[in-house]
Design a protein around this ligand. Structure first.
Ligand code: ADP
Ligand code: MG
Length: 277
């Protein structure tokens, strides 16, 4: 358990519904072990339990059954909850809801200030975090004037300033335009590969999953598929039956194959498709 960044063991979570008698199992007997340094992507259509799972991963929600360990700390251990949240930082969908200050650098400083980090150290962390997300030039700017992608990068900097080992991102690109999406995808890649952060990235964009070490697909609160992106997306029909698409190039290769053209069904990138053709 101490060896994993996040270790969920037989976790169940129900929201108590006031409307009907039957409680909904938002997360149903899920076990996941996230390795240190892993880039994990979680896919699933709306209502499949992804956000609930994310909130269980840093103690924002506590399991009804089972245990969740973050760097060996049980999320039910109330004495450790701030250590847990500091270890596994969370980035949400809407950057506007994550802004707390009227100047970018003050916004990024908010987390470490609340942790009681000394001012000089805060200064160092804010500069470093803004540099990582390539927003250093905007330190004195007003967040509300930034683009969606820039705001979301500032939100990520705010998490980075708390020096987490793991960052959980819950559909961080859902509200962004294509340019903002690209900025966030590049940032996530850099956090994982350069900054060695463990990444749990929840998305419904299939092309964002291609870069992951491992992909999980959720359906009705359960993990129904697990594997490398290649293992997952080569099962085009199964993925589609779960209400999801495969990446566009994979789809194209699949259709060419159906038309009788001899091409691998195992294609994930444009480069691979070009080579195969
Ligand atoms: P996803 O993020 O994949 O869309 P969620 O984890 O948000 O899924 O939701 C899983 C299930 O739990 C859904 O059926 C949803 O309607 C229900 N749910 C989510 N949040 C609440 C809540 N606060 N109260 C009651 N039910 C909820
Ligand atoms: Mg969600």
């Amino acid at each position: 358990m101490g060896n994993y960044m996040i270790d969920m063991q037989d976790v169940t979570y129900k929201y108590t519904s006031t409307r009907d008698e039957e409680d909904l199992m938002a997360v149903d007997n899920v076990s996941i072990a996230v390795q240190r340094g892993e880039h994990l992507v979680i896919l699933g259509h709306n209502g499949s339990g992804k956000s609930t799972l994310a909130k269980l991963m840093n103690g924002l929600l506590l399991p009804a059954e089972g245990e969740v360990y973050v760097d060996g700390m049980n999320t039910k251990d109330t004495d450790r909850i701030w250590d847990i949240r500091q270890t596994a930082g969370m980035v949400f969908q809407n950057p506007d809801n994550q802004m707390v200050a009227t100047i970018v650098e003050e916004d990024v400083a908010f987390g470490p200030e609340n942790q009681g980090v000394p001012p000089l150290e805060i200064r160092r962390r804010v500069d470093e975090a803004l540099k990582i997300v390539e927003m250093g030039d905007y330190a004195k700017h007003a967040p509300h004037l930034l683009s969606g992608g820039q705001k979301q990068r500032v939100a990520i900097a705010g998490i980075l300033a708390m020096r987490p080992d793991c960052i959980i991102l819950d559909e961080p690109t859902a509200m962004l335009d294509p340019i903002g999406r690209m900025e966030i995808i590049d940032t996530i890649k850099k956090l994982n590969r350069v900054e060695n952060k463990t990444i749990v990235h929840i998305t419904h964009y299939m092309d964002e999953a291609v870069e992951a070490d491992r992909v999980l697909i959720m359906e009705r609160g359960e993990i129904v598929m697990e594997g490398t992106p290649r293992e997952i997306f080569s099962q085009v029909e199964r993925v589609k039956s779960l209400g999801l698409d495969v990446p566009q190039v994979t789809e194209l290769a699949y259709e060419l194959n159906e038309e009788g053209i001899d091409i691998s069904r195992n294609i994930l990138t444009v480069e691979e498709l070009v080579r195969a053709l």
